[in-house]
Design a protein around this ligand. Structure first.
Ligand SMILES: Nc1ncnc2c1ncn2[C@@H]1O[C@H](COP(=O)(O)OP(=O)(O)OP(=O)(O)O)[C@@H](O)[C@H]1O
Ligand SMILES: [Mg+2]
Length: 228
């Protein structure tokens, strides 16, 4: 498989602390899940890849530029309706009014929220807001969807719904790069696992193999500790 992103000795240092260090990584799987303990640098790595942070050293190489969207643990909703939140994302990317309206309606429908389109987004439940955030991402028709613990505050039913939606976005051709502390979710969603600890890559392993026979002791320990 051809790589869609190569990281070359990527580093991020903040006031003397190495948050991400010497990360050399080639991403080619359609669905990659980044695992690691709290503070490992997962969110920071995703933010670097999405361009929200600038590396202190090293480089990101995109063999072909990919349009991206990112979804966070806590969805940031504007103080307006659900559909206006989706439309706003499209506006920021410069889409015209017709495209905005058409894509926003379709995206809310895809996430099962057509009936709540005119509700104030901030009055929706956490699970519903996360689905609006996914609709906002989906409407952009991203080639790469990045998700940072998208189900961390959701109940099992909402979690499965988010997984279904992400699966459909992947089915539409988007590459998926996400983090989670839900190992069941990682098993269900990942083709490949990137395991990081203290800002460094520990291993990069096909998902099935990672969960049956992780290569490193650090990953074995992590799996034992995180297992419910
Ligand atoms: N701007 C910053 N300045 C200093 N330290 C930071 C900064 N941003 C993050 N850190 C630190 O870098 C480390 C990695 O943070 P990050 O949020 O990437 O971890 P994480 O793997 O996403 O953890 P979690 O599983 O808890 O979400 C943490 O120790 C954090 O406190
Ligand atoms: Mg994080």
């Amino acid at each position: 498989m051809a790589a869609w992103l190569e990281l070359d000795r990527l580093g991020l240092h903040e006031s003397g602390t190495h948050i991400v260090e010497d990360v050399t990584l080639s991403l080619s799987a359609p669905r990659t899940v980044v695992l690691g303990p709290n503070g490992a640098g997962k969110s920071t790595l995703l933010r670097l890849i999405h361009g929200l942070l600038h590396p202190s050293n090293g480089a990101l190489r995109w063999p072909r530029p990919l349009s991206q969207a990112m979804v966070f643990q806590r969805p940031a909703m504007l103080r307006t309706t659900a559909i206006a939140n989706v439309i706003y994302g499209l506006k920021l990317r410069g889409h015209g009014a017709n495209v905005r309206e058409r894509r926003a309606v379709a995206a809310l429908d895809h996430v099962g929220l057509a009936h709540l389109a005119q509700r104030p987004a901030r009055l929706l439940s956490g699970g519903e807001q996360q689905r609006v955030a996914l609709a906002r991402a989906w409407a952009l028709e991203p080639e790469l969807l990045i998700l940072d613990e998208p189900t961390a505050s959701l109940d099992p039913a909402s979690t499965r719904e988010v997984e279904r939606i992400v699966g459909e976005i992947a089915g539409a051709g988007a590459r998926i790069l996400m983090t989670t502390h839900n190992l069941g979710q990682a098993r269900r969603m990942a083709d490949e696992i990137v395991f990081i600890d203290r800002g460094r890559i520990v291993e990069q392993t096909p998902a099935e193999q990672f969960f049956s026979t992780p290569r490193t002791e650090a990953a074995q320990r992590f799996l034992q500790e995180e297992a419910p």
